[in-house]
Design a protein around this ligand. Structure first.
Ligand SMILES: [Zn+2]
Length: 493
């Protein structure tokens, strides 16, 4: 039933995680225990719908439900959903109830609200806030690791080491990264490493002078150990916007987020303690694009990474704390769609072989160049997304006349190369390739799920906690309280 090896490894990892969780993690920690090892996982754009959709998807696929089955027996909990403590955090910022990643990561990392787009500074853009990671590094001598599936100087990771009036100050953020002294950075490449005009000294070239080794291949990454000192691991197989590939597109031999966490533990492990922030950044990117299949797989990749921390915690049961949260919701994803009423067909999403982004780069670009016919495009659509132009009308993957009309209009728009303009086209396509976003919209809807927006929404996020000090994270609170709880627990000022 699984469409790839990747799907299977998720189930294995989840089962392992659940087993390990059952023994040493539950009820192990007293409230007065101070952890020495802290993992903070942030699913960018991940609120309740994102992990619940991933959980339901695994259940649907596990049960081998075909497209004509209407009832699911159940979901498959991601390991962090079984953590002993589950809280919730409200995410609004100083600009909006629909905040951005810069302000929300600032709240989590420093305990302050600020404007969207601002990294660790106040609303007046004069005062800088020190992050929890910087405090632990400076006050307690802990080692720090920052891992992300997107760019290392993107908003969420930046909020743990940088202080900038704009998240778009990529070069300045890169400089602050080198000045942080943090021991381990890993994930996607830096954006604008030589500045906005490409005429400044590259951050990569400056790195050795600040004591960092840059590692660019997986073979070299495998050899990295604590003895190497401070390292920056740039993923070898970069995809859209120099981020790591969507989990949907990742070749099974290439490192996943979980591999960077495993390596991070190896580099950071020491007797004083460490703090590791791990961002699943493409959950958000996929939700912006309304690509449910890719969002689900990136959420599973984050769950796999959490399982690595769970494995570590099983060896250090009284001194490890694992937190799993999101910064905000993206896309207004929901389980349920007007067109399918109470029915869902989540297993239909297993037919999606690649992300919208790879479809754009590897297929759509060629369609325009070669003036590919609609009929030929339909063949790819069936092969890559499972949507069928014709067939048994009981088959929930067969497109209706109305759906075919929508797909044809999107194909025409994409082939014309004309800019998306006006309210109607924006609501249909956002800022995305009309053909690609229409394909994912159709597959989402035929799976019984839907998106309300191409931007962020105001839903609260979950805060799952397991390990030493877990009780602190019970309840419904503001996202700034995540910082306050960590700082109080870890004894930093
Ligand atoms: Zn976003």
């Amino acid at each position: 039933m699984f469409h790839s090896k990747k799907g299977k490894s998720h189930i294995l990892a989840l089962t392992m995680g659940a087993l390990m969780l059952a023994a040493p993690m539950t009820g192990m920690a007293r409230a007065d225990e101070t952890p020495r090892y802290v993992f903070l996982f942030i699913g960018d754009g991940m609120s309740y719908p994102q992990f619940q959709a991933a959980s339901d998807y695994l259940g649907a696929v596990r049960d081998g439900r075909g497209t004509d089955d209407k009832i699911l027996d159940g979901n498959e909990y991601l390991s962090f959903m079984k953590f002993p403590v589950a809280g919730s955090a409200v995410t609004y910022d100083s600009t909006s109830f629909c905040p951005d990643s810069a302000s929300t990561a600032t709240s989590i990392s420093t305990g302050h609200k600020t404007y969207s787009g601002v990294i660790n500074m106040d609303e007046g853009l004069t005062r800088k806030y020190e992050s929890i990671a910087e405090k632990l590094h400076r006050q307690k001598g802990w080692k720090v690791g920052i891992i992300t599936s997107v760019n290392l100087n993107h908003a969420t990771p930046a909020a743990f080491y940088a202080h900038q009036p704009s998240r778009n100050n990529y070069y300045e953020i890169g400089e602050e990264m080198l000045n942080s002294g943090f021991e381990y950075f890993a994930g996607g490449a830096l954006l604008k490493p030589a500045g906005p005009d490409g005429d400044r000294a590259s951050i990569y070239d400056l790195a050795p002078g600040r004591g960092y080794r840059i590692i660019r291949t997986q073979a070299d990454a495998e050899k990295v150990s604590a003895a190497d000192g401070k390292v920056i691991l740039v993923d070898e197989h970069l995809a859209d916007s120099d981020a790591m590939a969507y989990e949907n597109d990742r070749d099974g031999d290439n490192w996943a987020l979980a591999d960077y966490v495993r390596k991070g533990i190896e580099v950071l492990d020491n007797d004083r303690g460490f703090f590791m922030m791990v961002e699943g950044g493409k959950i958000d990117w996929a939700c912006h694009a309304n690509d449910a299949g890719s969002t689900i797989h990136d959420t599973l990749a984050l769950a796999d990474a959490v399982d690595v921390a769970i494995e570590f915690a099983s060896k250090h049961p009284d001194e490890t704390l694992i937190l799993v949260t999101g910064d905000h919701e993206t896309g207004g994803l929901t389980i349920g769609f007007a067109g399918t009423d109470y029915d869902t067909y989540m297993a239909n999403l297993a037919n999606q072989k690649i992300s919208y982004a790879r479809y754009d780069s590897d297929y759509v670009a060629g369609y325009r160049k070669n003036n590919t016919s609609f009929d030929d495009v339909l063949k790819d659509v069936e092969k890559l997304f499972g949507l069928k132009a014709e067939g048994d009308k009981e088959d929930t993957l067969v497109l209706t006349d109305w759906e075919m009309k929508k797909l044809r209009a999107a194909y025409d728009k994409t082939m014309s190369g004309a800019k998306v303009s006006g309210q109607e086209e924006y609501l249909l396509y956002g800022t995305y390739e009309p053909l690609s976003v229409t394909i994912t919209h159709l597959l989402n809807n035929k799976s019984g799920i839907n998106f309300a927006s191409y931007a962020h929404t105001g839903l609260p996020v979950a805060v799952f906690a397991s390990g030493a000090g877990q009780e602190k994270f019970e309840g419904f609170y503001d996202n700034t309280a995540i910082y306050a709880k960590m700082a109080d627990l870890l004894g930093v000022k």
